[in-house]
Design a protein around this ligand. Structure first.
Ligand code: EPU
Length: 438
């Protein structure tokens, strides 16, 4: 259990470096299993989810070492193609090891990652796409058993641009004979980061960032050095934190294009935003304005992961905002908690309406998922008095040293880590894994 103590009412001010990307690191770590390789990765964030991915690699027989923001991996001695339940249940994205194991071992055995607290999160698209590549997949009592035999390149059409399914196909198709054409692919920047990494490993892949990715196999290279890009959701969170407090922030070493929709809505809410090379400067008025209608959507649309933190920034706005969540069915879990601060947030189905209030008052809250937990911290920063957030480890799954970063910007925030329990992230199942199979 982590307890966050936030004393609000201070404007955040200053310059800040943004952490390396969680959602780019995880598929890149899975890619380490695709071929025998010595890799040095830099700018890897220190996160519970990254630790979980490294534990999976070690279980598979890889050697890993961590030194500051660097991770060294030697996957030459990899010996197995199975992942036990206790490692799978730590995070949903362990499912992207499936494509990597099929590519390397020709088989993969793992338990279902399950659904999660954001709503149902089936893996039907992953399984259908891998089957089209020739994998034989059986689902038995909560376990998935895949045999690759000879994977063959083919044309795959994803009915929805799932990030994880796109990553799984890219990884598995590295070992397929012939060319794989993936249409309807996710276009998130993390897909581009994975393509760059796989190309450095010797894969022939093009098209990431568009809806059509072509994978032409791989001639493995023995070693590489790569840098994890910045985290666009952590950058969005810091920008929203500054906006929530009427402060000003300079985000360093970022690419504004990658979170331009978040910046667009912060600008619409009244923030001045200047982007210059790899810097974004944001200066917020004492109270933001409501932004009208906003819908989350796959990239390049407004990211679902930034929806809770933008909601938190708008709690004290003048006017209304209506947010429609189109990606996850249960991603307004922060709303009832934010209401404890005095916020006026009404949820009906997939839509949340925020009517800005003048003042928020600190309260005791409980975080139910990663981004919702971050939203509560931002709510606390914008509220008067003390807010206490009880969190079963969600926030530290995805945010590196968030308390330190916020303190450096002038926030009054302390984290108390009561004990080091196993991660219980928003990606972990609430229900037995088998019940979630689709
Ligand atoms: N979906 C299916 N079937 C599938 C796969 C996905 O129905 O086989 C549905 C999901 O249930 C969900 C939607 O499609 O409703 C989007 O899922 P997607 O596969 O795109 O997401 P993901 O790969 O599971 C990644 C990020 C999430 C982020 C989403 C959407 C990682 C490790 N996770 O998840 O990040 O919200 O893409 O952008 O990359 C977070 O960082 O807090 C987080 C949850």
């Amino acid at each position: 259990m982590d307890i966050w103590h936030v004393r609000g009412g201070r404007k955040l001010k200053g310059a800040c470096r943004v952490q390396g990307s969680k959602n780019a690191s995880l598929p890149i770590l899975a890619a380490m299993a695709v071929s025998p390789l010595r890799a040095e990765l830099s700018n890897v964030p220190r996160l519970r989810d990254v630790d979980a991915a490294l534990r999976i690699l070690r279980h598979l027989g890889c050697r890993t070492e961590q030194e500051g923001d660097r991770v060294y991996i030697d996957s030459a001695g990899m010996t197995r193609g199975d992942i036990p339940h206790e490692l799978m249940e730590e995070m949903r994205s362990s499912v992207i090891f499936m494509g990597a194991l099929l590519a390397r071992c020709g088989e993969a055995r793992m338990s279902l990652p399950g659904g999660c607290r954001l709503g149902k999160r089936p893996i039907d698209l992953h399984l259908a796409a891998l089957r089209q590549l020739g994998a034989e997949i059986r689902e038995e009592e909560g376990e998935i058993v895949c045999r690759g035999g000879k994977l063959r390149g083919t044309r795959i059409e994803l009915p929805f641009p799932s990030v994880g399914a796109t990553e799984n196909v890219m990884l598995a198709a590295c070992a397929a004979e012939g060319e794989t054409e993936l249409c309807g692919a996710a276009r998130e920047p993390e897909i581009t980061a994975l393509q760059q990494l796989l190309c450095a490993m010797g894969a022939r892949i093009r098209g990431a960032g568009s809806g059509r990715i072509v994978i032409g196999g791989m001639v493995p290279r023995p070693a590489l050095c790569a840098r994890i890009p910045f985290d666009r959701i952590a950058a969005s969170t810091l920008a929203c934190a500054a906006a929530a407090t009427g402060g000003s922030i300079e985000l360093l070493d970022v690419d504004a294009q990658q979170f331009s929709t978040v910046l667009y809505f912060l600008n619409r809410a009244g923030c001045d935003i200047i982007t210059q090379n790899s810097r974004v400067c944001l200066s917020a008025p004492p109270r933001l304005c409501g932004v009208g209608d906003l819908r989350t959507a796959p990239f390049p649309g407004f990211p679902t992961d930034a929806q809770p933190v933008l909601m938190a920034a708008l709690l004290r706005s003048r006017g209304r905002t209506r947010i429609t969540e189109t990606i996850f069915e249960n991603r307004f879990r922060q709303a009832p908690e934010l209401r404890r601060l005095g916020a006026d947030v009404r949820v009906s189905g997939r839509t949340a309406e925020i009517r800005g209030v003048e003042r928020l008052q600190g309260a005791a809250l409980t975080a139910g998922d990663l981004r919702g937990g971050a939203a509560m911290i931002l709510g606390g920063l914008a509220a008067e008095g003390e807010t206490l957030i009880r969190d079963e480890g969600h926030v530290l799954r995805g945010y590196e040293a968030l308390d330190e970063r916020l303190r450096a910007l002038g926030a009054d925030i302390q984290t108390e880590i009561c004990n080091e329990e196993k991660s219980d992230g928003d990606d972990k199942s609430d229900a037995p894994a088998g019940e979630q199979a689709q």
